[in-house]
Design a protein around this ligand. Structure first.
Ligand SMILES: Nc1ncnc2c1ncn2[C@@H]1O[C@H](COP(=O)(O)OP(=O)(O)OP(=O)(O)O)[C@@H](O)[C@H]1O
Ligand SMILES: [Mg+2]
Length: 325
């Protein structure tokens, strides 16, 4: 058995739609260790959020987790009852959602909302919970936390709201935080502050691991030790951030790198989007789903789906270019 905090194997998550079955997560495997920061990156619609929501068991009909396992702290999350999952969510695994308005209830003051979460999972009384929440608000850099405890969500700026959400995610000191595009709605300066805050708290808390979901390889590279690159429901490459940046293997990752704006190049040369359109998740291309957009595709790519194979130094790629034995 691996000593990973979370070990996801062959996860399949699909949605029934009018056009047919949409496979959002198509056999995803990865693991994350205690205290590690792992990036999950890829274009819109590739299944990043669906992967995070599957781990939290938040996929509702017409969606379902149709296969695989998700072993967290030695137990398969798929085998847990709804009640057992309620105990895990928030306390052991917390999620920072893409849309902050889904986390905070607009009609209640923020402090009380976090205190309620804290009390649900602990034996703390009201006073102790309030004190803990005020400490937590101070830790995430909310000025005058005693006063702000009673403020409503709309009374906070976007960046401060995001700090409140981080306070909410960390108040129970979970072992794993899944941060789904935690900064996309914020301007660049505030984005950087929020990411730095998350990183600082992660280090000072009890070895919290973070799965950082983003479409932006630049953001992921800034935060993460290791990166999983997703394309059309598959993980196509896994490597350390340094290896992804210096020696990307999969043609999709190479394309993703070239589509990051770079300050060191002049504007015309800077951004080259990947040609073609994202694979249709209901009727995906045969073989490697990336082959219609790939300049290196050869016969085998049209017929056979590549699996993740080690290419040395813990680097893995799902590409026939690296598997020509
Ligand atoms: N509730 C749902 N019902 C039907 N299809 C869904 C549902 N949720 C997600 N999908 C589909 O699953 C696929 C993966 O979606 P997902 O939200 O995981 O993408 P993502 O990588 O998070 O994209 P983004 O960067 O835009 O957030 C998409 O094709 C999406 O349309
Ligand atoms: Mg998403």
């Amino acid at each position: 058995m691996s000593d990973a905090l979370l070990d996801v194997r062959d996860l399949v998550t699909r949605f029934r739609t009018k056009r047919g079955t949409l496979v959002a997560v198509d056999g995803v495997s990865f693991n994350i260790g205690r205290g590690e920061t792992l990036g999950l990156v890829g274009e819109s619609g590739c299944g990043k959020s669906a992967t995070g929501q599957s781990i939290m068991r938040l996929i509702e009909p017409p969606g379902e987790i149709a296969g695989g396992s998700m072993v967290f702290e030695g137990e398969d999350l798929r085998a847990k009852s709804r009640e057992e999952m309620r105990q895990v969510r928030g306390a052991r695994i917390a999620m920072i959602f893409q849309d902050p308005t889904t986390t905070l209830n607009p009609v209640f003051p923020v402090g009380g909302q976090i205190a309620e979460l804290f009390r649900y999972h602990t034996s703390a009384g009201p006073k102790e919970a309030k004190a803990r929440v005020i400490d937590m608000l101070a830790e995430v850099g909310i000025p005058r936390p005693h006063e702000r405890y009673d403020a409503y969500p709309h009374e906070f700026s976007g960046g401060m709201q995001q700090r409140v959400i981080i306070a909410c995610a960390l108040v129970l000191r979970p072992a794993l935080v899944i941060a789904d595009e935690p900064t996309t709605a914020l301007d660049v300066t505030v984005q950087a502050q929020i990411l730095a805050l998350l990183q600082r708290l992660q280090r000072s808390e009890t070895n919290t691991a973070v799965i950082l979901i983003s479409h932006d390889l630049g953001v992921v590279a800034q935060m993460c030790e290791r990166v999983c690159v997703m394309y059309a429901g598959n993980i196509v490459e896994v490597a350390t951030t340094a290896d992804i940046l210096d020696a990307p293997k999969h043609p999709y990752t190479v394309g993703l790198m070239q589509s990051i704006p770079r300050l060191d190049l002049d504007e015309d040369a800077a951004v080259r989007p990947i040609p073609g359109v994202v694979a249709d998740p209901i009727r995906p291309p045969s073989g490697c789903k990336f082959h219609p957009r790939c300049a290196h595709a050869f016969a085998r790519c049209y017929s056979e789906r590549p699996t993740l194979k080690a290419t040395g130094n813990g680097h893995m790629a799902a590409c026939h270019l690296y598997d020509q034995t």
